[in-house]
Design a protein around this ligand. Structure first.
Ligand code: FFO
Ligand code: ATP
Length: 219
């Protein structure tokens, strides 16, 4: 046998990753560059959001609520996953109460383990809460539901519907694991709009983004 030659072509299977569109090539260096860029971009975007005065944040949340009202009106008693706001995310808790009052089921995301999909625990206005990951309050009782609509806070959002979050990959993993894809809505301050998140095979685009008055559907 010739030294330095191989009996078969080199195998690139290690560079393949299964994503929502099947197997795709992943270049390790590009993946590392994107991860680094995202880390810096998250820090920049979160700092920009925290610098927004409280009155402006309240006005933003109000506009988001108006848009969400329009979307949920098409559903009869939907199961809606929302979130308990922190780090300058739009506060939609007043709307959660109103939605519950209209007969919708409301749920909050819970991290059960790192690297696992989120679960959604049913929430109601008087429900007992406990502290979850990052001390974010979650319903104490583990009554799970499968959402028809997922409303998720964005750190960044691009015009193709891709969402940048806190870097845990939780929403992508969760959407990939659900048997039926819910309607997905990203919400945030207008400062969250970016040109691209440099989508990777695991990134799942959202159906709609609502950044205050600025709204778009996935292209
Ligand atoms: N209000 C609210 N609740 C939410 C979310 C959210 O975005 N907003 N989540 C949406 O997902 C989940 C929590 N998300 C998390 C995302 C990342 C990490 C985390 O540990 N991040 C690492 C950095 C990861 C990395 O860069 O590799 C860290 O900070 O050390 C924790 C929780 C569930 N609850
Ligand atoms: N379906 C998946 N299966 C396995 N790993 C995944 C999946 N989705 C995301 N990840 C991993 O999670 C990590 C973080 O992903 P990403 O940068 O997209 O997070 P994010 O969307 O900003 O976070 P979050 O959804 O928690 O707010 C990446 O290393 C990615 O490989």
């Amino acid at each position: 046998m010739n030294e330095g030659t191989f009996s078969s072509p080199p195998c690139f299977a290690h560079e393949l990753q299964q994503g929502p569109n099947g197997y795709e090539m992943v270049d390790e260096r590009t993946a590392t560059d994107v991860a680094r860029w995202r880390k810096a971009e998250r820090e920049r975007l979160i700092a920009a959001r925290l610098a927004v005065p409280m009155e402006e944040r309240i006005a933003t949340a109000q506009k988001i609520i108006e848009a969400l009202d329009g979307l949920t009106a098409a559903y009869s008693r939907p199961a809606v996953a929302l979130y308990w706001p922190f780090r300058g995310e739009p506060d939609l808790r007043g709307w959660m109460v109103a939605l519950h009052g209209q007969g919708a089921r409301v749920a909050l995301p819970v991290v059960v383990a790192k690297g696992r999909p989120l679960v959604f625990r049913e929430w109601h206005p008087e429900c007992r809460m406990e502290r979850g990951i990052w001390n974010i309050p979650v319903p104490a009782e583990d009554r799970r539901l499968v959402p028809d609509i997922v409303v998720s806070p964005v750190v960044g959002a691009d015009r193709d519907g891709y969402r940048l979050g806190y870097g845990g990959g939780y929403y992508d993993r969760t959407l990939a694991s659900l048997p039926v894809r819910p309607m997905t809505v990203g919400v945030g301050h207008p400062s969250a709009e970016i040109d691209t998140i440099f989508p990777q095979p695991h990134d799942i685009p959202f159906d709609r983004m609502i950044l205050e008055g600025r709204q778009w559907e996935r292209k």
